[in-house]
Design a binder for this molecule. Structure first.
Ligand SMILES: Cc1ncc(COP(=O)(O)O)c(C=O)c1O
Length: 447
């Protein structure tokens, strides 16, 4: 089926009209916000929502969000993973309330942080942990430490990766060369000085890039999730581990999104053996909190290479990192919310989601497909899932995405504004998932 672009544009214009007229309060607030906030939003990603202005949130609970115009949405965006465990999970809220009354931040550890370190060790198999406020920080600190203990300059990332606002990772491949990623704002140095980029799922190019022995670490999501879901080929992780070990390169696995695969993320589910692991967003149930862990041998190398006298000026820190509220929120979230039981619910629901979407794609003979990683799913405007970042990036279609997202939003479903990602919160029901299938089917039927 080839897409009728003029029909798509007409449908999109109709959805935009419908959105504007049914969200007067959000529109009014956005107009007011234009005077005090850059672009009318407190954080510029929020301009990416499909309607021309974002809906302003009023409140949310579990899998549902209500906006200031009184519309109630099934939320499959879940704060782009920050609220993957559902909004306002009662155990996390209770822990945060209690901790708020007992003091929020001390520059001293609380017992909760110890519990969290032990639990992360149990889940991910790495014995030693540190906390940060965001996954970006966790990745940045892991990179610094990797450079410090290996004495090597380069970081290797996969093409079209995303690891937060980490300078070294804002690079892509052009004609086989590392260049600044399009839109890279004020890069401090040419990324080619700091970074090697190779395609995911290609052990041969990885081998060549690591061969000179000048790469401190590979920073990798175990499956790409930020250019749509790109799963590793069978054997790719074995090759990655083998080649990094052989060349003395540290392997840093970023589980911030792939924690969707289960309580121990992809690492736990598939038995990966990283040297370091980073995780953020969902681990504190929506409260800022992140963590990075090490093997015993990496921890030992860090300890013997760090001078105690300048530890607070070494470029790794954050006054509010490991604050008491974040530790309490992480403990409650890991103990009672992002549990094995919750994944036993959400993963089958995500399977139901992908089956529903796949059914609608087949019914309409669309050259599209759908991919899943645990409780995270994503549909693609291409017939087979891509195997690497370049192929994934080439198959995005901004206009079509915008239409699908806005049609869903106008029918009470929020999808992540970046690509076509859906996350399933523990309180979602089968009929909620079926509602998405119905809306998806309606939207493609109209095309
Ligand atoms: C895989 C991955 N790592 C790290 C980050 C950075 O998270 P944050 O923006 O919370 O620092 C993101 C954000 O999308 C991510 O997808």
């Amino acid at each position: 089926m080839s897409l009728d672009r003029s029909r798509l544009r007409a449908l999109l214009a109709e959805e935009e009209r419908r959105f504007a007229s049914s969200h007067p309060r959000s529109r009014e607030l956005h107009e007011r916000a234009r005077r005090s906030l850059l672009g009318g939003v407190p954080m510029h990603w929020m301009t990416r929502w499909a309607g021309g202005f974002p809906v302003f949130a009023d409140h949310a609970e579990g899998a549902f969000l209500t906006d200031v115009d009184g519309h109630r949405y099934l939320d499959l965006c879940l704060g782009d993973t920050g609220a993957m465990a559902g909004h306002a999970p009662p155990a996390t809220v209770a822990a945060v309330e209690t901790q708020a009354r007992r003091g929020l931040t001390f520059m001293l550890p609380t017992e909760d942080s110890l519990w969290v370190g032990e639990e992360l060790a149990r889940r991910f198999g790495l014995p030693v942990w540190q906390f940060a406020l965001t996954a970006t920080d966790a990745n940045g600190f892991a990179i610094r430490l990797a450079r410090h203990i290996t004495g090597r300059r380069f970081v290797l990332v996969f093409n079209w990766c995303y690891h937060g606002t980490v300078d070294e990772s804002f690079a892509t491949l052009r004609d086989g060369r590392t260049v600044a990623r399009a839109g890279n704002v004020g890069p401090p140095v040419d990324p080619a000085v700091t970074t090697k980029v190779v395609e995911f799922n290609d052990p041969a190019v990885l081998e060549t890039a690591l061969a000179p022995g000048d790469v401190a670490c590979v920073l990798a999501e175990p499956a790409l999730t930020n250019v749509g879901i790109v799963l590793p080929d069978p054997g790719f992780h074995q090759a990655l581990r083998h080649l990094t070990r052989r060349t003395g390169t540290l392997l840093v696995i970023d589980e911030t999104h792939t924690i969707s695969a289960g309580p121990g993320g992809y690492t736990g589910a598939y038995g990966l053996e990283p040297d370091m692991l980073t995780v953020g967003k969902a681990v504190a149930g929506g409260v800022p909190g992140a963590a990075y862990g090490f093997t015993a041998s990496v921890a030992e190398r860090i300890a013997s290479a760090t001078e105690a006298d300048c530890i607070d000026t070494g470029g790794i820190g954050g006054t509010l990192a490991a604050n008491a509220r974040a530790a309490a929120a992480m403990r409650a979230t890991l103990q009672s919310v992002l549990t094995e039981e919750s994944f036993r619910r959400t993963i089958p629901l995500a399977e139901r989601f992908t089956a529903g979407v796949a059914g609608a794609i087949a019914e309409h003979g669309l050259p599209w497909t759908v991919q899943r990683l645990g409780c995270r799913a994503e549909y693609w405007f291409r017939p087979v899932p891509p195997r690497n970042g370049a192929a994934a990036a080439m198959s995005t279609d901004a206009e079509l995405e915008r239409y699908m997202h806005l049609a869903a939003l106008n029918r009470g479903i929020l999808l992540t504004p970046f690509h076509n990602m859906a996350l399933i919160a523990p309180t979602v029901t089968e009929s909620d998932v079926d509602r998405h299938t119905e809306v998806f089917r309606e939207s493609v039927a109209a095309l």
